[in-house]
Write a protein that binds this ligand. Structure first.
Ligand SMILES: [Zn+2]
Length: 288
C-alpha cells in the first residue's frame, strides 16, 4: 500500500484523537485516586518513569490534564485538534497564574487566541491575560535598572551574575542581618541548600513545571522568551563551579543552544547537571 498524503493526514487525525484520549485517561487516573492508590508520587513522575514520555511531553500532558479539570469543555478542542498540547499547556499556565491573582479568565477566550500560528500564540494569550487585569510576572523598569547597576558594581567579585543570582546575594545579606536564627554570615546559611551538583528527581520535576517545559532564555533586546521545548537541560544560573547552589532559585531550563551560549559567556566549559542513573526504559521523545 502506498502512503498518500490523504492516508497520512487521516492517521494524524487518529493520532490527535488518541492523544486527547490519553489526556482524559490521565485525568481520570488522577481524580479517581488511582494514582495515589498505586503510590505514585505525581502524575508527572508517572508519565516520565512509567509511561516513558520525555520530560517535555510529560509536562505538556500534565498541564493539559490540569486544564481539563479547570474547564472540561477544552476536551472537545483537544479531540478536534483545534487545541494542541503546547497551547493547552500555555493556557493552563496563564489560568493558574490568574487563579493565584484572583482573576477569572474564561479558558475559551485564551483558546481563541491559541488558534493562531504557534509563534504568536504566547503573545496573544498574554495580551488577553493582561486585558483581564493579570499582572505580568516580570520586573518593572526601575527595578531592572537597579538590578543592572548592582550587577555592574558586583561584577568584579561575582562575574556572570544574573538577576536570580543577585537576588540570592541580596537575600543572603538581608537574612544574615535580619534573621535572628542565623549565625553571622555564612552565605546561604539557614537555607536548605545542597552543596552538590546533583539535582534530585523531585527538584528536577519542580524546575520543569515551574519553567513550563520551555527554555527560559530571554532576548535582552525585546525580552522575548526562547520558544524551544525540546533538548532542554537543567542549568545552574550561578555556575556550580562559582559557588552556585543546587536550589530551585538557582536552577533553570535552557535549550542546548542557550546553555552553550551562557557557558561561553561565562568562559566555562560546557556544563551539565549530573543526571541520576536511568532505571526505566529510554523514553520515546515525542514532539507533542
Ligand atoms: Zn533557548
Amino acid at each position: 500500500m502506498t502512503n498518500t498524503p490523504e492516508l497520512i493526514k487521516a492517521k494524524v487525525a487518529a493520532e490527535t484523537k488518541l492523544t486527547a484520549e490519553v489526556v482524559r485517561m490521565l485525568a481520570d487516573f488522577e481524580t479517581s485516586g488511582e494514582r495515589e492508590r498505586f503510590q505514585i508520587a505525581s502524575l508527572y513522575a508517572f508519565c516520565v518513569d512509567y509511561l516513558g514520555y520525555s520530560k517535555g511531553s510529560a509536562w505538556r500532558r500534565v498541564a493539559a490534564v490540569d486544564l481539563l479539570r479547570r474547564d472540561p469543555s477544552m476536551g472537545e478542542k483537544l479531540d478536534s485538534g483545534e487545541l494542541n498540547l503546547s497551547n493547552a499547556a500555555k493556557i493552563e499556565s496563564v489560568m493558574k497564574e490568574a487563579n493565584k491573582q484572583g482573576i477569572e479568565i474564561p479558558a475559551v477566550n485564551l483558546f481563541e487566541a491559541a488558534k493562531g500560528s504557534t509563534r504568536t500564540v504566547e503573545l496573544q494569550i498574554e495580551k488577553i491575560a493582561e486585558a483581564h487585569g493579570l499582572k505580568s510576572i516580570g520586573h518593572s523598569a526601575s527595578l531592572k535598572e537597579k538590578f543592572t547597576k548592582l550587577i555592574a558594581l558586583l561584577s568584579h567579585k561575582h562575574p556572570g551574575l544574573t538577576e536570580e543570582g543577585l537576588l540570592h546575594l541580596l537575600a543572603d545579606q538581608a537574612l544574615a542581618k535580619l534573621d535572628p536564627a542565623q549565625k553571622p554570615a555564612r552565605p546561604g546559611a539557614g537555607e536548605a541548600y545542597q552543596e552538590t551538583r546533583y539535582v534530585t528527581p523531585k527538584l528536577e520535576a519542580h524546575i520543569w513545571q515551574r519553567d513550563e517545559g520551555q527554555c527560559t532564555h530571554t532576548n535582552p533586546l525585546n525580552h522575548g522568551r526562547c520558544q524551544e521545548t525540546h533538548f532542554l537541560e537543567v542549568d545552574h544560573i550561578v555556575p556550580f563551579a562559582r559557588g552556585g547552589l543546587t536550589t530551585a532559585k538557582n536552577l533553570r531550563l535552557l535549550c542546548r543552544r542557550h546553555n552553550q551560549m551562557h557557558a561561553d559567556a561565562e568562559g566555562l566549559p560546557r556544563r551539565r547537571v549530573a543526571q541520576p542513573p536511568r532505571t526505566t526504559a529510554v523514553p520515546l521523545a515525542f514532539g507533542t
